[in-house]
Design a protein around this ligand. Structure first.
Ligand code: SF4
Ligand code: SF4
Length: 381
């Protein structure tokens, strides 16, 4: 089994549990451990299961697959373990998912369906392909050095977010294009270890991006950003001759260069949720906060767990497709934390987080508005 090459790394887990608690607030940090409780759902338990698999002391099973696919790939355990031991448990969990797929125990049915949808309709939701660009209300070029990749969730669920991003780009005088062949970045397929389908998606997208003449691919989705700037570089290698950036970085530079002016006040108390794929997995913490604070009259208040200690929204790692109840529970925990700050508006920089928060908000008696950072930027122009 391919896991045997990682035996030493699995054995270096000393079961210290440092990865399960935020060292500053002493609050839980791993949603999977917190939700399911048993050791086999904790990062240290996953390490032990993978070690036993690598040694062939146990075999693959559906129950074992469920434990690895309940990981949100939020990176909290990874960051903490790395700071203590220099080890990266998340990479090992993703390798185990690959083995599960190759052996027919993965992915989970909902994640497989998402991939089948991407390959047939270009989006994981199975929405009609010809409705992807319904949010576009004006002529936008198909070739430019800067290309805006809207992503599936804004295209189908949050057209107002994609339109807000266009409004901000235009206000700053940026010449940009959109990709006529845009299709899903492949986040769920890649993160669930479906390597063959992932290569198909990556190869197609890189070809389409190159056809636009892009030097910079711009996305407002934290998951797309993580996948393009980390996984695509690993999978497509030198063919990636364009850079990838998130709109919060791009717009923050424009504000600092005085090319983007945020003038209209928004008298709102705002709390910011760090998307795992932008924060912990990409170290982008300050820029979205700077943008919020540049808007006149906003007041930014922090949640107890913030920045590198943020609690996941619940949507990552393909969990929303496989275990919607667990995704929902994780989001509700975060919504309660957001509301306890007194903020009336929860802002994030990832449409996947926002979609999961909105879906979960409908199931509880809590009132807080949820918006993307680009929406409030567009309101302040
Ligand atoms: S912090 Fe690392 S070594 Fe400690 S229990 Fe977690 S995975 Fe194992
Ligand atoms: S990546 Fe997140 S959900 Fe997965 S085991 Fe680590 S802390 Fe838990």
């Amino acid at each position: 089994m391919e896991l045997s090459k990682y035996i030493r790394e699995f054995e270096l887990c000393v079961k210290c549990s440092f990865c399960q608690e935020d060292p500053i607030t002493h609050l839980p940090i791993c949603p999977e451990a917190e939700r399911f409780g048993f050791e086999s759902y904790r990062p240290s338990g996953l390490m032990e299961l993978a070690r036993a698999l690598a040694h062939r002391n146990i075999g693959l099973s559906e129950g074992l697959a469920k434990r690895f696919y309940s990981c949100l790939t939020c990176g909290a355990c990874d960051k903490l373990c790395y700071s203590l031991t220099g080890k990266r448990p998340l990479n090992l969990f993703l390798e185990t998912r690959r083995v599960l797929v190759k052996s027919g125990f993965g992915p989970m049915p909902g994640q497989l369906e998402a991939t089948v949808n991407v390959l047939s309709t270009s989006n994981p939701y199975g929405k009609p392909k010809d409705q992807r660009f319904k949010w576009v209300k004006e002529a936008i070029p198909n070739k430019a050095e800067i290309v805006y990749f809207a992503g599936c969730t804004p295209s189908y669920y949050f057209p107002e977010q994609a339109q807000s991003t266009l409004k901000v780009l235009k206000a700053a005088g940026i010449k940009f294009a959109i990709m006529p062949n845009e299709r899903c970045c492949g986040y769920t397929t890649i993160m669930t270890g479906q390597d063959d389908a992932a290569m198909d998606i990556v190869t197609g997208n890189v070809k389409y991006i190159k056809e636009t003449g892009a030097k910079t691919l711009l996305t407002s989705c934290a998951m797309c950003y993580k996948i393009f700037n980390q996984d695509y570089f690993k999978l497509a290698g030198e063919k990636m001759d364009f850079e990838v950036t998130h709109t919060s970085l791009f717009f923050n530079d424009l504000v600092n260069e005085n090319k983007l002016k945020l003038k209209k006040p928004i008298s709102e108390t705002i709390t910011y949720h760090d998307p795992c794929n932008l924060g912990r997995l990409n170290n982008v913490y300050d820029e979205p906060r700077n943008l919020i604070e540049q808007i006149p009259k906003t007041q930014l208040v922090e949640m107890e767990r913030n920045r590198g200690s943020a609690w996941c929204c619940g949507a990552g790692g393909g969990v929303k497709f496989a275990f919607p109840d667990f995704a929902n529970w994780t989001a509700i925990e975060r919504l309660k934390e957001a509301q306890s700050t007194g903020a009336k508006l929860l802002v994030s920089a990832c449409p996947e987080c926002e979609l999961n928060f909105m879906d979960s908000l409908k199931t509880i008696d809590k009132k807080i508005k949820i918006q993307d950072v680009n929406q409030i930027l567009a309101m302040s122009l």
